[in-house]
Write a protein that binds this ligand. Structure first.
Ligand SMILES: [Zn+2]
Length: 187
């Protein structure tokens, strides 16, 4: 691992189970740098040559607690093809909060993954199918409201969970990991 990239902790580290603290705005230079570094990892991890060169694991998102920083900051970078159109979402969010969500649920058929989780945890992870998130976005330099559905909505919920010390496998039904969630959208 190059020292240019953040070091990601695994789920045995107690840092992953803490409730993260709100970040004061305007952002301090330190917080700005931390969030920029987190976003850099996520974005560069989509580039195959950088993946190989620096042993980056492909990521759609990363949260500050995953690098041992107990603050409410996350980065998200997703590339989806919707109706033959490539849709890219890129955010560097401070104090993200889900302000509303659908009743309908969604889940990824192959389950979720996490850069902090090495062991396999099979099963469906129920998520809200549609959410609205309010946050300060470093990239737009303002408070934004993000309406998300599909894969992006799942990634946002996964990363925001990290700020409460929650990991994806906490949501898997222990008795029946592949319990078919009624009326859910399968991705
Ligand atoms: Zn994760």
């Amino acid at each position: 691992m190059s020292e240019n990239y953040v070091k990601i902790l695994d789920d045995k580290d107690p840092a992953l189970r803490k409730k993260a603290e709100s970040v004061t705005l305007p952002l301090s230079d330190d917080d700005r740098q931390i969030l920029t570094d987190i976003l850099k990892y996520v974005v560069d991890s989509h580039d195959e040559s950088l993946q190989e060169k620096y042993q980056l694991l492909p990521a759609s998102g990363l949260a500050a607690p995953q690098i041992g920083i107990n603050k409410r900051m996350i980065a998200v970078f997703t590339e989806e093809v919707i109706n033959d159109k490539k849709i890219i979402a890129k955010y560097a969010l401070v104090n993200p909060k889900i302000i509303s969500h659908s009743q309908q649920m969604t889940y990824i058929e192959n389950g979720e993954g996490c850069l902090s989780v090495k062991e396999p945890h099979e099963g469906y992870v129920p998520r809200y199918a549609r959410i609205s998130v309010e946050a300060f976005d470093l990239l737009q330099d303002k408070v934004v409201k993000i309406r998300a559905k599909g894969y992006l909505a799942i990634v946002l919920q996964h990363e925001i969970d990290h700020l409460s010390g929650i990991l994806f496998y906490d949501h898997i039904n222990k008795d029946d990991p592949f319990y078919a969630i009624p009326d859910a959208i399968i991705i």
